[in-house]
Each structure stands twice: as C-alpha cells, then as structure tokens.
Design a protein around this ligand. Structure first.
Ligand code: F6R
Length: 615
C-alpha cells in the first residue's frame, strides 16, 4: 500500500517521479504528491487528494519548479482521511525537508505528544508527519540526512519505508525500511528508489532489493546501504526479467483485460524450464532438499485470492504427495497458538511478496522452527527474501488491483511443487507423473480457448447490471473457484456475492434462494468416474426448483446440465484437478465486464490497493 519513488540524477525529476507514480498507482490512489529540490536549492512540494491524474492536471495548469532530486508518493490512506492535507510528502525542519512513507508508525501518538511538548506544530492527522517532524529535528542536530535517519528509525515502531530529501543536501535521497518494501534502481549518473521495480523499470532494469532494517543513501553516482547502526551492507544487484512494455496497457481497455489475456502465458512461463525429461526440476528448492525428503505436513499461508490458490495447492499436495496439507489465512494463523511440528513445511503464497499479514505469518512460523518456501511473483520481494527458498511464478507484472494471471500462475507453481513432492516421496508413479505433467502443460492452450468466450460473457454481464446479489457454488476444486468468483465480483462490481461449497447448500445457504437469484455453479466433469457430477447437478435442480437463475460453468459436451441451467459457459475437457485453471477465467471476465458495464474502474476498485503492506 502506498507507492514510493525517489530520484537523483541529471534530468528533470518530475517526469521521472510522475512516470514512476503512474506505474505504482495500483498500490494506492487516495492522493498523490511530489517534492523536488529546485535549481535554487529550494524544496518545492505539491500534493492533491484523489487519483494521480488530479495531481498531474494540477501540475500542468500550475507548474512548479523542477530539479534533479525528488520524491513522489501515491497513498492508500490509513491514519487520516484522503485529503490534500494528509497527502504525502509531509514536511519537517521548517519546510526544508520532505518525507514520504509506506506503512504504519504504531507509536506515532506518543512521539507526537513529545514533539508537541517541544513546540512543534502539525498540519495533518497522519502518522507520517510525526516522522517528518522528528527527522527534521534530528537533521538540525546532525546536519546530515543519513545520520538523522539512524536516530529516527530507532524511535519508530511498526512498518515503514521512508524516503526523504532535504534542501540543504541537494543530490541526495535517503530511505529506510522495516517490513515494507524498497528497491534501488541502478542508473548511469542517476539512481532511483521505488516500492517495487515498476517505479523505474522504464529507465533501468538493474536493481538492488533493500533488506530488513536498512538505510540507503542514493546520489547520482553512488549508492550506500547500511544497517540501522551505520554498518555497511553488501548489496546484490539483480536484473529485472520484464521490461517497461510489460507494465503498459498495450491497447487493452484495462490492465485487468490485458492480464486475463496473458493467463495462458503466465502459466506457460511458470512451467518453462521446470519440466525436463518428464521430471519436475525445481533447482530453487535446493535449500529445502533435506526438509522435503522428510516433511510430514504442508501448511499453506496466504490472503485473499492467493489463499484460494492455496486451497487448490492443498488438494494437489494431498493427492499427489500423500502429505496432509492445510491452508490458513495468514492473519488468522498469526494471532493464535498454531501447532507446528518439526517436520512442517510452511508454503506462503503471495503475488506481491509484500503482504504484511503473510510476511508476519511467515516470520511467526519461522520463530516456531518451520522451514519456509515462498511462492511469489515479484523478484526480490520481502517474503521471498525472508524465506528459506523461493519458487517464483513468472506471470509478469500484475498492475490491475484484482489478481487474475497471478492466481493461475500460483496454482501452476503449486501443482509443480505438488508433483515434485509426490515424485520425490515415491507417492506418484512415473506414469502418473507423466500424465499429470502433460495435463499441466496442456492448460495454456485450453485456457486460450476459454478466453475466446469473452464476448458471450460480456453479453451475460451486461444483462445483469441491476443484480444486487450473486451466489457461486462449487465442490472439491470447484469450491475455491466459487470463492474466487464471489471475491472478484465483490471487489470489482461492488455487488454482494458469496461463494459456497455446493455440499453445504442444504446446511443453510439454500435459504437465500428466491425467484430470480443469480447463481453460478462450477460443475465438475461427468467423466472419469465423476462421482461429484451428479451431486452438483442435483444441487442445481434444488436451487432451480426454488426459482434460481443458474449459470453453469461446465465441461464441453456435458449435456446433463442443459435442462436445468439458464446459461452454460463451456470449458474444454481436463482432468479434475486442472479444471479450476479453466473455470476461473469466465468468472474473472464476468466480474470485469459487469463492473465495466456499471461504469466502474476495473483496475482501481474503490478502497483497495494491490499490495497490502499494512496489517
Ligand atoms: C483479490 C486480490 C487479493 C490478493 C491478496 C493477497 O483480487 O488481489 O485478495 O490476492 O491481497 O495479495 P498477495 O498475493 O500480493 O499476497
């Protein structure tokens, strides 16, 4: 939450900052602001409530002086509403210092009392301004921003990435991070800082991830990273594997539409190079080699959409590896006393790799002795770095706030992992492994076929703009898809939606059915023994008898659903565990099209931010 960008170099910084904020806007869009040190050595700031375009329009009509050093921020409000006043940057040292922040400073009220008692004044209700004023005070004592930062971070509790500039130190941007992300972009005669590499990828693809509790000072020709005590830290640059074009809309009506279209590639790229001679090759898992041979339980931790990928991972791991697997919402796991055995492997799933709830849950599990694997889509992200091993999904940058291509890539990675574990533990025969790998490799082409039904689904969505409630039913691997379909509809179209396990229907939810109630049903395959198919068809009959309008997502050729469904969306034939990878796209498209038909912003739904970096 909150996007942060910093620049120091040789070109007008505003252009770089605004470009970076455009790419980071998915992290929060309650307000945006910039601060630059102009050529006369004066700090100039401008900030506005609302989406980034409000700030951009303002800067176009009333330009501010530019310079070659600056910081920019796009906010997801926590402390203090989304107003101009609460927008970042916040000022310290009588307006000579500007500071931006991502995270929450938990002890801000104590610090504010201390500063108020010393006569300092505050203009906003934010926790961030307290850090700015404190930094200003320490700057006056130290005369150096980096040194002042060292004192300040020692006083702050909570999660933060802070970036600051001071007009008396032009050509310098200083940042600090604890539990929130920060990455350096290495340029030629210029350097960048960003919440993630999207902030600067159009200028450089060479990056350095800043570690936990570190301070970074960038100048045009140097970067310096230390721990909070000033001890130098060695940095390890990496190359960003995607380019700026990957984070552009490229002619699509929305990032979400583009990202759904990229799902086949997201899966293919996640599998690429990892299936060799009929075996799964995951060299990234080497640090866990000893653990994997001995593991007796897998615990999957994630939030939101990623947790539904985790549910599918559970079914796959149990089936293919014969190991008990459980999925927990990260935030529920952390604040109780979970029992972690010595042979438990914790697998976290996070697109951003920065979700605070998941990061904290991983750390909590580590404190209890668990080995940890991160399934992550963002290179150098905190969760991946903090885990014993990282299995990256290669979905490319996901910009739309609602996760789509990252979800299918997460499932593909979990399936690879499940098959790897099954083979390693001798639970899967060579023939079973080969069959499942072939099924997995066939998914991208089948998914491309599903995506062709876009127009049909758009039509369906356009006829449902006045719908106030939609239910989703699924069973076995269809259940997580029902949950995901409901989540997508809630977050994008602001329609009440609930996902249920179809078997649960008669235990309560069927009371919701009244004439005209729209219900999506993910129908399992009737083939391969299909014991679940007749049960779900019975469920459809039960709700239909009570007046429900049923939209079935069913395998091609499944005629059993026809008499009972009002609409049928078809998916190609696949083995049961692979069906969800095909069934999810129609629900994503439906939510997107319904939101678009209601005139809503599908890329930036209200109240949300892509990386939830606060608890
Ligand atoms: C929903 C969505 C969220 C995320 C969740 C976890 O469309 O995107 O539910 O899945 O916030 O995010 P990551 O995967 O970044 O940890």
């Amino acid at each position: 939450m909150c996007g942060i960008v910093g620049y120091v170099g040789n070109r007008p910084s505003l252009e770089v900052l605004i470009g970076g904020l455009r790419r980071l806007e998915y992290r929060g869009y309650d307000s945006a602001g910039v601060a630059v040190i102009d050529p006369t050595g004066t700090l100039v700031t401008h900030k506005r409530a609302g989406k980034l375009h409000v700030l951009i329009d303002d800067l176009a009509s009333s330009p501010i002086a530019d310079g070659v050093t600056g910081i920019g921020h796009t906010r997801w409000a926590t402390h203090g509403g989304p107003t101009d006043r609460n927008a970042h940057p916040h000022l310290g040292d009588d307006g000579k210092l500007a500071l931006i922040h991502n995270g929450i400073i938990e002890n801000f009220s104590v610090l504010k009392e201390e500063l108020l008692a010393e006569g300092y004044e505050f203009r906003s209700e934010t926790d961030t301004e307290v850090a700015a004023v404190l930094l200003g005070r320490e700057y006056r004592a130290a005369g150096d921003l980096t040194v002042a930062f060292r004192t300040v971070v020692d006083r702050l509790h909570g999660a933060f990435t802070l970036l600051a500039v001071h007009q008396d130190q032009p050509g310098v941007v200083v940042g600090a991070r604890r539990n929130s992300p920060l990455v350096i972009g290495l340029g030629d005669g210029e350097n960048f800082l960003g919440s993630d590499v999207a902030a600067f990828v159009e200028h450089t693809r060479r990056a350095v991830a800043i570690g936990q509790d570190q301070i970074v000072t960038i100048r045009p020709d140097s970067i310096e990273v230390t721990d909070f005590f000033g001890n130098p830290v060695e940095t390890e640059p990496f190359d960003v594997s995607w380019d700026a074009a990957a984070a552009e809309k490229g002619g699509w009506s929305s990032f979400m539409a583009k990202e759904i279209s990229e799902e086949p590639d997201a899966i293919a790229n996640t599998l690429r190079g990892r299936i060799v001679d009929g075996a799964v090759e995951l060299t990234e898992l080497e640090p866990l080699a000893g653990v994997l041979a001995d593991v007796d339980r897998v615990l999957l931790l994630a939030c939101g959409t990623a947790s539904y990928a985790g549910m599918l991972g559970k079914y796959a791991i149990e089936k293919w590896a014969g190991i008990p697997a459980d999925v927990e919402l990260s935030h529920e796991f952390r604040y109780r006393d979970p029992v972690i055995g010595p042979r438990t492997l914790v697998v976290s799933i996070s697109q951003s790799g920065e979700t605070m709830d998941t990061l904290m849950a991983v750390k909590y599990a580590q404190e209890r002795g668990a080995a940890t694997l991160s399934i992550c889509n963002t290179q150098g992200a905190t969760i991946a770095r903090e885990s014993d091993a990282a299995l990256y999904t290669h979905a490319g940058p996901e910009v739309a706030v609602a996760s789509t291509k990252a979800f299918v890539a997460q499932v593909a990675a979990l399936y690879l992992f499940g098959l790897h574990l099954g083979a390693l533990r001798g639970h899967l025969s060579a023939a079973e492994l080969a069959t499942n790998l072939a099924e997995l490799q066939a998914v991208p082409d089948k998914l491309a076929i599903v995506l062709r039904s876009g127009p049909e689904i758009r039509e369906l969505a356009r006829n449902m703009t006045d719908t106030r409630s939609v239910l989703f039913l699924g069973r076995h691997v269809g259940y997580p898809i029902a949950l995901e379909g409901a989540l997508k509809l809630k977050e994008l179209a602001y329609i009440h939606a609930e996902g249920f396990a179809a078997g649960e229907l008669k235990h309560g939810p069927i009371a919701l059915i009244e004439p005209g109630q729209r219900v999506f049903v993910v129908v399992p395959s009737p083939r391969q023994g299909g014991v679940l198919h007749p049960k779900v068809v019975s469920n459809i009959q039960e709700i239909r008898a009570r007046g429900a309008h049923v939209i079935a997502i069913a395998e091609k050729g499944d005629v059993a659903v026809l008499p009972f469904a009002d609409d049928v969306l078809r998916i190609p034939l696949a083995a049961p565990l692979f069906e969800p990878l095909l069934a999810v796209a129609p629900l994503q498209i439906f939510a997107m099209e319904l939101a678009a038909a209601k005139g809503l912003d599908v890329d930036q739904p209200r109240n949300l931010a892509k990386s939830v970096t606060v608890e």
